[in-house]
Ligand binder design. Structure first.
Ligand code: BGC
Length: 470
């Protein structure tokens, strides 16, 4: 079958949205539980830092070190996950991540020495690194093409639900259990419960049909596809598509990796993930209470506004990513983030070094509205779309390597921002950080316009052929 025919055949045989078996949705939800654990660990710090400091008698520096070690684990987890994905398979790698989450969260709940607690946080990060690589990969390979965007977006939705959930439970637990020695283990137990759920859920998942084909296990791949697709024709079409790509003369995968076309895609993925962090999201996720504190805002709004808006506005992305396509979302999101970061910068320029208790209500409101609108802008666009596009654009044979590198880049920049942004604000003035984020948003728009391909509604195999022809 030539390429043209393949495309016609695919368009005709793709079931419409909503026509899939329930099992497809179950698979995607369990697969996306990796995102939930990502969010629980990422969001853990904001509202638990005081409890951790009190339990272990920490100064701010050690507490910051404890927070940041998650990103180190994330980078190393992402680095190794390409190997896990290839040799263990996608499903077993998810099981493995679930196991790490379970052990590390239960271990932390036992309140070991601070040194050991750091080791457990490193492993939580390691699990997050593995999960943030495997879950989008698994979802994009297992979900049928016309809902792949929505199902891939589920991963981000789970991250934001995780961040929200742990923010609420940590606020609540710290209120109810006044003693930090009682509160902290309970906070960790919340993560442990979901880790066990992920572990059990992943044990029931089928393996990715694309990985099975890659390993020459066609019979098993057909069995999985029969469970997920409605008709034999769809199964045959999917198998043919995958076979076509595997036989497309890429030879040994190392050779495939040094081809100009792969390098070009890799650069697109790397820069996309870099910008996802350079627009400043994790500064808000980790430090919103601190930033609001500079302007004299405390209490529930300062603690909960960011995680709540972040979660709520990821929902529209599930629909919009298929309706508008990936690129339009990236543009709109970056424009909103750029304008709101300018507004936040102006608010801080006006506030200067005023005593927080004396800051007037106008700059306060501008800052609050700007940060909330910024989170809205990120949540329905760059949050889900950066991960989604990276899970879609790589050729099958270079997918693990490509996603390993892009995921590592994401975690590296996340770590750098977590570590240095407060210091940056102190050194160069608070508004400068926000202006810098605004500039990165502009650069991100130019980059998307020039380099990022639209991946909406096209099978991974057709996309691969299209990118190769470019
Ligand atoms: C980012 C994370 C961020 C989260 C916030 C994800 O897409 O990769 O770094 O914390 O979104 O929702």
């Amino acid at each position: 079958m030539n390429v043209q025919n393949a495309q016609v055949y695919n368009t005709q045989t793709l079931p419409k949205q909503g026509n899939y078996k329930l099992v497809v949705y179950f698979i995607c939800i369990v697969g996306a539980l990796g995102g939930l654990l990502f969010g629980l660990d990422q969001g853990f710090i904001a509202n638990s830092l005081n409890t951790i400091k009190a339990t272990y008698n920490l100064n701010t520096q050690s507490a910051e070190q404890y927070s940041a070690i998650l990103a180190t684990g994330g980078v190393i987890g992402a680095l190794l996950s390409g190997i896990f994905a290839r040799f263990l398979g996608r499903k077993k790698s998810l099981v493995f991540a679930g196991l790490i989450f379970t052990i590390a969260s239960l271990g932390s709940a036992m309140l070991p020495s601070f040194h050991v607690l750091n080791v457990f946080r490193f492993f939580l990060g390691f699990g997050v690194g593995v999960a943030s690589f495997i879950a989008p990969l698994y979802l994009s390979e297992t979900a049928p093409a016309s809902i792949r965007g929505s199902m891939g977006t589920l991963f981000q939705l789970m991250i934001t639900i995780g961040i929200f959930l742990i923010s609420v439970t940590n606020v609540y637990i710290a209120k109810v259990f006044v003693s930090p020695h009682v509160a902290l283990p309970i906070m960790f137990m919340v993560i442990a419960v979901f880790a066990v759920l992920m572990l059990i859920g992943s044990l029931i998942l089928p393996e990715s049909p694309r990985w099975l084909m890659l390993k020459g296990r066609k019979e098993q791949a057909i069995r999985v596809l029969k469970r997920t697709f409605n008709t034999q024709q769809e199964v045959d079409s999917e198998i043919q598509d995958i076979e076509k790509i595997l036989a497309a003369g890429q030879g040994h995968s190392i050779k495939a990796l040094i081809k100009a076309h792969f390098i070009k895609i890799l650069v697109i993925g790397v820069v996309l993930q870099m910008f996802q962090q350079l627009v400043g999201i994790n500064v808000m996720i980790y430090y919103a209470p601190t930033i609001f504190g500079y302007a004299g805002m405390k209490g529930l709004i300062a603690m909960m506004a960011v995680p709540t808006v972040n979660m709520l506005f990821t929902f529209p992305a599930i629909y919009l990513v298929e309706k508008w396509g990936r690129k339009k979302l990236l543009y709109v999101g970056a424009v909103i983030m750029c304008l709101t970061m300018l507004a936040a910068g102006l608010a801080f320029q006006y506030i200067g070094n005023t005593d927080p208790s004396l800051v007037s209500s106008i700059p306060k409101s501008v800052l609050l509205i700007a940060v909330i609108a910024y989170i809205f802008g990120f949540a329905f666009s760059w949050g889900p779309v950066a991960w989604l596009v990276c899970s879609e654009i790589f050729p099958l044979k270079g997918r693990e390597v490509g996603m390993t590198i892009t995921t590592m880049v994401n975690w590296t920049f996340a770590g750098l921002l977590m570590r240095y942004s407060l210091t940056f604000m102190e050194t160069y003035g608070r508004s400068s950080l926000f202006y810098m984020f605004a500039i990165f948003c502009v650069l991100a728009i130019i980059f998307v316009a020039k380099f990022v391909p639209e991946t909406k509604g096209i099978t991974l195999e057709d996309l691969e052929l299209k990118l190769r022809r470019k």
